[in-house]
Write a protein that binds this ligand. Structure first.
Ligand code: ADP
Length: 170
């Protein structure tokens, strides 16, 4: 008898910070695949509000209820990350037509590299179609209420970090 193959997928992103839109895609991927690895881009060069460890920590807390989901940091090529972990698919959420051009290009590139990895697009839930980490940070920085768009504990850390940044800026 052959052992059934584990179908493992990756949800990559920068998650600065994790939003309810990310969690929607991760939880739906977790229902489609046996295992899901959330891969947090930890490139030091990018200007982020939260450090890699903070982003990993928030995602681990947010995904704690999803038994078949684990969270890891990644640098370098996503296809190499996939090969090292026997990951067969990259799951991306598509919010709007504006996401499509870039995501299609990325998907075709990742399918052309060695090893080739397929991309699965999941349409965003209408409730989250406008939601991006960058917009959440921008609105929160101007005092807008984003408490319904991110988990409660993330909201607290976001408000705190933005206050620290504002104090630093004088
Ligand atoms: P951002 O949230 O700023 O777009 P990320 O790089 O953290 O940036 O996003 C990672 C991936 O998560 C995106 O490529 C997309 O596939 C998915 N995603 C992010 N926000 C949403 C959303 N609101 N609905 C569906 N998918 C999303």
């Amino acid at each position: 008898m052959t052992t059934p193959t584990v179908r493992r997928a990756v949800c990559p992103g920068s998650f600065d910070p994790v939003t309810n839109g990310h969690l929607d895609i991760v939880s739906r991927a977790a229902r489609l695949f046996d295992e899901v690895v959330v891969a947090v881009g930890v490139n030091v060069s990018k200007n982020r509000l939260f450090t890699p460890d903070e982003r990993l920590d928030m995602l681990r807390t947010a995904c704690a209820g999803l038994d078949n989901v684990r969270v890891e940091g990644f640098t370098g090529l996503l296809t190499d990350f996939c090969r090292d972990r026997d990951i067969v698919a990259i799951v991306k959420g598509l919010r709007a037509v504006s996401d499509f051009d870039y995501e299609l290009q990325m998907a075709q590139m990742n399918a052309s590299l060695e090893p080739a990895v397929e991309t699965v697009f999941v349409p965003t839930s209408p409730a989250y179609s406008f939601l991006a980490s960058s917009l959440v940070k921008e609105v929160a920085a101007f005092g807008g209420d984003v408490s319904g768009l991110v988990p409660g504990f993330v909201h607290e850390r976001l408000v705190q970090r933005l206050a620290e940044r504002a104090a630093e800026a004088g």
